[in-house]
Design a protein around this ligand. Structure first.
Ligand SMILES: NC(=O)NCCC(=O)O
Ligand SMILES: [Zn+2]
Ligand SMILES: [Zn+2]
Length: 484
């Protein structure tokens, strides 16, 4: 049975034009005027764009003594409700655990997914086993991205020697390293000092992670990646210091991408000074929210192209879980939600205000991500042959964000009360209509794993250049005889 999205305006990362879109067997089969089909979805007054891809989620993640509250069922439901049709989650081996075992754990959980998904693999320790398994992960499991935590000392953090070894392995395999860039040693020192001085509330979480810890770690990771011959993707870029390091690297021709979160673009550090402990603790995440100047830097990065993607780092904990940290901010589970809200909030605060164009919106929420993660144009495109992962966005539709009506499993929403304009009329996941005239009809188990090959064009070009420019002995004639 074919479907046709009629009378809409197609918006891609580089074009805006009027055309209908015909779908068959989960794929886009035709784009053009006056198409007919078995089922018609009327997109009059709407924009027809690639469904959102969230490159950074933590569904049912074991973290800080608990599990994040949204699993693949509720998390992907929330994603679809907001126009996101693919999520990329992190397989997280405990230090010492096999990467392949971690993959199996994630594979068991993701069967509930209502939209398509893929994985990054985290490198939380280093050894011969990890070195060997990275090849299997890349060549047999369809995972071409490896995440490294430079923070969370004593838990997930890896040191510089481990980063360098892993980045070199990524370069050999044609894979891309990702970093959570914060100087975990300094964060640990600041945390201990703050607690000793009686700074125990959620605001001290922000004091313990100033922009310098992020800027330093971002720059360090960039330099290590450059020496290793690998590209680098910096997750949750939250401040000018980190953006500056990325910007500088890009201007030098280094293959580095930065990923601001919708939370950092819109919410600021004043949230942590709220007198209500729960309000502040619910917003504890790493890196923390920053001030207006940092937000302006991130918006400028999206407009200028020095920052590439907008994600959520969706890692949602209930108020009850957040209360593990009463009396000690360092025990508040780090993470916030945003899967359902990323696109409407970015459209409202970005496109409606003129900070970014509709095409840039598509680029940073979908197309750039698909290209960097090497699943374009299967994902991230409105092209014949692409998966029919489509958002039909009604720019006149409004709502006030509220936990009372959200799909996420948690009991609050960090965007509570924000008025958004620009909401899904339809959301299609491989042709299935998961949001139908605004009504959520997500189907648990519909989601499929998206395998992503290594050796994307950037990886191949970079290793070619590194090989050509590698240090070589100078061919000399007339070498003097060794002295006696
Ligand atoms: N970001 C955060 O606070 N929690 C999720 C884990 C991570 O990405 O660091
Ligand atoms: Zn992180
Ligand atoms: Zn994360």
């Amino acid at each position: 049975m074919t479907k046709v999205i009629k009378n809409g305006t197609i918006v891609t990362a580089d074009l805006t034009y009027k055309a209908d879109v015909k779908i068959d067997g989960g794929k886009i089969v035709e784009i053009g005027p006056d198409l007919s089909g078995d089922e018609i979805l009327d997109a009059t007054g709407c924009y027809v764009m690639p469904g959102g891809i969230d490159p950074h989620t933590h569904l049912e993640m074991p973290f800080m003594g608990t599990y994040s509250a949204d699993d693949f069922a509720s998390g992907t439901r929330a994603a679809l409700a907001g126009g996101t049709t693919m999520v990329v989650d992190f397989c997280l081996p405990s230090p010492g655990e096999s990467l392949l075992d971690a993959y199996k754990v994630w594979d068991n959980k993701s069967g509930q997914a209502a939209c398509d998904y893929s994985y990054h693999m985290a490198i939380t320790w280093w050894g011969e086993q990890v070195f060997d398994e990275m090849k299997v992960v890349t060549e047999e499991l369809g995972i071409n991205t490896f995440k490294h935590f430079m923070a969370y000392k004593g838990a997930l953090m890896v040191n510089d020697d481990e980063l360098y070894a892993s980045f070199k392995r990524c370069a050999e395999l044609g894979a891309t390293p990702l970093v959570h860039a914060e100087n975990g040693d300094v964060v640990a020192e600041l945390t201990a000092k703050l607690l000793a001085e009686g700074n125990t509330g959620p605001e001290a979480h922000a004091y313990s992670r100033p922009p310098q810890v992020e800027g330093e770690a971002t720059n360090r990771a960039i330099m290590i990646a450059d020496m290793a011959g690998a590209p680098l993707y910096v997750v949750h870029t939250s401040c000018e210091e980190s953006h500056e390091a990325i910007r500088r690297a890009k201007m030098q021709g280094k293959r580095v991408w930065g990923e601001p979160l919708i939370q950092h673009l819109v919410l600021d550090e004043s949230e942590y000074f709220n007198e209500d402990w729960d309000h502040a603790a619910r917003r504890v995440m790493s890196p923390p929210f920053r001030n207006k100047q940092h937000q302006d830097s991130l918006w400028a990065g999206l407009a200028s192209g020095t920052l590439s993607c907008v994600a959520t780092d969706h890692c949602a904990f209930t108020t009850e879980q957040k209360r593990f940290g009463v009396g000690d901010f360092s025990k508040i589970p780090n993470g916030t939600g945003g899967l359902e809200d990323r696109l409407p909030v970015l459209w409202t605060k970005g496109v409606e205000t003129g900070r970014i164009t509709a095409n840039e919106f598509v680029a940073v929420t979908s197309t750039n991500i698909a290209k960097i993660l090497n699943c374009y144009p299967k994902k991230g495109a409105i092209l014949v042959g692409s998966d029919a992962d489509i958002l039909v966005l009604d720019p006149e539709k409004t709502k006030t964000i509220s936990a009372a009506t959200q799909a996420s499993a948690i009991d609050y929403n960090v965007f509570e009360g924000v008025e958004v304009k620009g909401l899904p009329r339809y959301v299609l996941t491989r042709g299935y209509v998961a949001v139908d005239d605004g009504e959520l009809k997500a189907k648990e188990g519909h989601g499929e794993f998206v395998a992503r090959d290594a050796n994307a064009t950037v990886n191949t070009a970079l290793s070619k250049w590194k090989e050509l420019s590698a240090p070589r002995p100078v061919e000399r004639t007339g070498i003097p005889a060794t002295g006696v």
